[in-house]
Design a protein around this ligand. Structure first.
Ligand code: NAD
Length: 250
């Protein structure tokens, strides 16, 4: 009996071209899951890594910011094996400009993908999972689900929203066999942070505050996502799992 075993499970991960989504999709496959890769741009590299593990990868190219298309996207995801056991709401964008100058379009784009899409996709997955009496939804939150951040007001609002949605859905669905939890990554080396990593002062200030003494990598999310996707976390509901090298403990 391995409570972390995901054999026979189908996961849908959004935003799997690279970065954290790629790491988590491969981690889920390493634990035994087949994975639907729902992403804007090509996820072929991720698919090849999953297939090399002997698991199935299904490419589902979609612009997930298009709210009206999400029902079709989810139907397509379901069509591969007739079920989705695990949904990882990972796709997200960030726009960096001071609050006073933050463009309307940036605000709407970030709230659209990072919050609205998480709500609507979770709703679609949740209905399907409740019908089956089981399922796992894992949202990707942030340190900015707790803190204000600098120059990223829309992103901060969206990630505070993700924390709220995680608890709201968990309250309603915990009794119906569907666990909704979130991972809050700390500062991770991906495209999302390329701008602040290029700013030497900012990079050094952030690194100095991380008790682990380094930034995180997509590999660091493999264990946490498998835990939240597996039977090992069946009695966790509405939990925010910080994977931050100790940032929030500081
Ligand atoms: P990333 O930019 O490398 O990955 C983002 C992914 O989302 C890509 O695969 C991209 O193709 C996909 N995507 C973007 N727009 C899309 C759209 N409209 N439709 C479908 N897919 C789309 O960044 P990342 O750091 O891997 O980010 C993944 C998640 O982790 C995001 O939700 C981000 O907010 C969150 N996060 C990142 C960090 C960090 O330090 N990197 C920290 C906390 C939270």
């Amino acid at each position: 009996m391995n409570p972390f075993d995901l054999n026979g499970k189908v996961a849908m991960v959004t935003g799997t071209t690279g970065g954290l989504g790629q790491g988590m999709a491969i981690g889920l496959a390493e634990a035994g899951a087949d994975v639907v890769l729902a992403s804007y741009s090509s996820s072929e590299e991720t698919a090849r890594a999953i297939e090399a593990l002997g698991r199935k990868a299904y490419l589902l190219k979609a612009d997930l910011s298009r709210e009206d298309e999400l029902a079709d996207v989810f139907e397509k995801a379901l069509s591969f094996q007739g079920k989705i056991d695990i949904l990882v709401n990972n796709a997200g964008i960030i726009r960096r400009t001071p609050a006073a100058d933050h463009a309307k379009q940036d605000w709407h784009d970030v709230i659209g993908l990072n919050l609205n899409t998480v709500f609507f996709l979770s709703q679609l997955a949740g209905r399907h999972m409740m019908e089956r009496g089981s399922g796992k939804i894992i949202n990707i939150a942030s340190m900015l689900s707790y803190q204000g951040g600098i120059n990223v007001p829309g992103y901060t609002a969206s990630k505070h929203g993700v924390a709220g949605l995680t608890k709201a859905f968990a309250n309603e669905w915990a009794g119906k066999g569907v666990q909704v939890n979130a991972i809050a990554p700390g500062y991770m080396v991906t495209d999302n942070t390329s701008q602040i990593r290029a700013d030497e002062q900012r990079y050094n200030d952030i690194t100095a505050r991380i008790p682990a003494g380094r930034w995180g990598t997509p590999e660091d999310l493999k264990g946490p996502v498998v835990f939240l996707a597996s039977a090992a976390s069946d009695y966790l509901n509405g939990h925010m799992l910080n994977v931050d090298g100790g940032w929030m403990a500081r």
